[in-house]
Design a protein around this ligand. Structure first.
Ligand SMILES: OC[C@H]1O[C@H](O[C@H]2O[C@H](CO)[C@@H](O)[C@H](O)[C@H]2O)[C@H](O)[C@@H](O)[C@@H]1O
Length: 585
């Protein structure tokens, strides 16, 4: 008799359940799919209770065959692993403060099978009456986990070249050297995931992907979804088309596997995404290579990703006094528990709220991470202002103009590709979606008085008239009525000038020590960030023929951490100069 298992294919609100048999699994062409399914049945729903060791083990075993465990609120956990995503082991280790960065622990591979690690943990709790000291927890972690990074093998991209043609456009010697350094960095940021991860997925939080990836770097040891858009742009300028194609194939594989592209390449990121740049990334690649066969082969998965957002991340609103209704997109990850990679921080913040409000805060944390703007005052809402603290996060009730603009752009690309492939009915379908979103952006997000688009508060039903760089997204994506292009562009530039924002562009900068990197936030300034390298290369490509580096102005950066021209703050200064040059010529 065929035994059926339910494999949850995860999207957040849309948890669809697909019955497959072991026979199906055994015959599955894709070995990774099989090993991922195995890992779920191994690691699901296994909760320690401070009873006896035997009872704990029995409890673990009885849960082992289940999938899709839920928290008491009824919402799913960040993933099904009771080591990396929820449960007493995770909570005990993260609250013990062994590592200053919570992400460190959830990036550590297991030494043994999850069941054995759970049994060892149950023993630790039993031996210490459920209250181990920090040293005892540390000893347990060191015995049962390896340091992060064990999941990679050495890899140097075959398609890397020292002197891609675009470098010849850069006339300034300093900038030339700077660009050469950035191109060299691709070799440091490339990662190939070891086949051991595919063979034993239950021992790793790293998601196995077949093709190498380029990561942001530093503590970000895995791919990040929206970062990859700018990374890929820089890789294409660097003529690394094979690497780019592989990264796109990985993303498409994840759409097939998860129904969407996860925030990043770890299991604890699989129930939230990031801004949907996959279709624009494919467009960048196809424009550069003319590989239209890639579109033909993958149009179905591109649509699948679009539909994830269009079906699971939208809501209908009616403007006050209007009969028209509008479909607006929002970030919304309905998942309980602290973010595993920021467990202690989220947990401690939630403790300051009454118990019944904590799940919603956890949802807001994850939805903020899904936006990529984690965290910005953009998501604070106290009495309609953008002031407050993380406790005032209201991501799920703010319709972001950039997300709506991005989906508009996605629909336009899909319409164009369907036309190219001769699927005329589909082309019309996506053209209609595109037109509807353009109308929504004009009628909901555009502020005629200020001459700019704003995010929209769907509780108060009004625009949030605060400056964020995301306000100009529709100008970039072309999500406005083409006949108004000249007026719209002039108004947006005048808005930017009025805000004086172009004087202050930077990722994290130091307001006390000009030119020095800043600090604070969730993590330190990272050296050689993948996506900012891509942005800098793009600017050097577009303006390198007319840029000259500033003379040494004697700025004292002696108090600043040692960084070189590869750092993200240096790049931000460069980009700011370029933006000024372009807009105010
Ligand atoms: O460059 C990678 C990403 O870095 C930030 O977010 C990531 O770190 C957060 C804290 O560890 C995590 O919760 C989030 O989900 C991660 O994406 C940054 O805010 C992102 O925009 C960026 O993609």
């Amino acid at each position: 008799m065929a035994v059926k298992f339910h494999i949850k294919i995860k999207t957040n609100e849309n948890v669809s359940s697909k019955a497959i048999s072991w026979h199906d699994l055994a015959n599955a062409k894709d070995k990774k799919y099989q090993s991922r399914a195995n890992s779920r049945s191994h690691s699901t729903g296994c909760l320690y209770r401070p009873v006896t060791l035997l009872a704990a083990v029995l409890l673990c075993c009885s849960y082992a065959a289940q999938t899709g465990a839920q928290s008491a609120s009824g919402l799913p956990y960040p993933c099904d692993s009771n080591i990396y995503c929820y449960g007493d082991l995770l909570k005990t280790v993260q609250l013990a403060r062994i590592y200053s960065d919570s992400k460190h622990f959830v990036d550590m591979p297991l030494v043994d099978e999850p069941e054995i690690v759970q049994t060892n943990f149950a023993k630790l709790m039993d031996d210490t009456a459920g209250n181990p000291s920090k040293e005892q927890v540390q000893e347990f972690v060191e015995a049962n986990f390896n340091e992060p990074g064990a999941e990679f093998e050495n890899w140097s991209p075959d398609d890397w070249t020292e002197s891609p043609a675009f470098l010849a456009n850069i006339s300034d010697a300093q900038y030339y050297k700077f660009a050469t350094n950035l191109v060299a960095l691709w070799k440091d940021l490339g990662r190939k995931i070891s086949p051991t991860v595919a063979e034993n997925p239950e021992k790793f939080s790293q998601i196995y992907v077949e093709k190498p990836v380029v990561v942001p770097g530093g503590r970000f040891r895995e791919f990040y979804y929206w970062d990859s858009y700018w990374t890929i742009d820089g890789l294409l300028l660097s003529e690394m088309t094979t690497t780019v194609k592989g990264m796109l194939e990985n993303f498409l594989h994840m759409v097939a596997q998860f129904g969407m592209v996860p925030n990043g390449g770890r299991v604890y990121y699989t129930r939230r995404s990031q801004p949907p740049y996959l279709i624009p990334m494919i467009k960048e690649y196809v424009d550069y290579t003319n590989d239209t066969q890639f579109v033909r082969d993958n149009i179905g998965l591109m649509e699948k990703e679009f539909n994830f957002w269009f079906n699971n991340r939208t809501t209908e609103i009616k403007l006050n006094g209007s009969l028209n209704s509008y479909k607006v997109a929002l970030y919304n990850s309905q998942v309980d528990e602290p973010r595993p990679e920021s467990y202690r921080e989220d947990y401690e913040m939630a403790q300051q709220l009454p118990e019944q409000q904590r799940t919603q805060l956890y949802v807001e944390f994850k939805s903020g991470a899904e936006s990529g703007w984690d965290y910005s005052s953009r998501w604070y809402n106290s009495n309609g202002t953008n002031r407050g603290t993380l406790k005032n996060l209201q991501v799920t009730s703010i319709a972001p103009v950039d997300l709506n603009s991005l989906l508009c752009y996605n629909a336009k690309i899909l319409a164009g590709y369907h036309k190219l492939l001769g699927n005329l009915a589909k082309a019309v379908h996506y053209e209609n979606i595109h037109e509807n979103i353009v109308r929504t952006i004009e009628e909901v997000f555009w502020d005629e008085e200020d001459g700019i688009w704003y995010d929209f508060d769907i509780k108060a039903m009004k625009r949030r008239r605060f400056f964020y760089l995301s306000n100009v997204h529709p100008l970039w994506s072309g999500s406005y009525n083409a006949s108004n292009a000249a007026t719209v562009t002039a108004r947006v530039i005048s808005y930017l000038k009025s805000q004086k924002v172009l004087d202050y562009i930077g990722m994290k900068y130091n307001v006390n020590l000009v030119g020095a990197p800043g600090g604070g936030g969730e993590y330190d300034v990272q050296l050689g960030f993948g996506w900012t390298n891509g942005v800098a290369l793009r600017f050097l490509n577009d303006f390198g023929d007319r840029l000259t580096s500033p003379p040494d102005d004697g700025v004292d950066t002696s108090g600043a951490p040692a960084v070189d021209t590869r750092s993200s703050w240096g790049i931000a200064v460069l980009v700011s100069t370029f933006i000024n040059a372009r807009l105010f010529r």
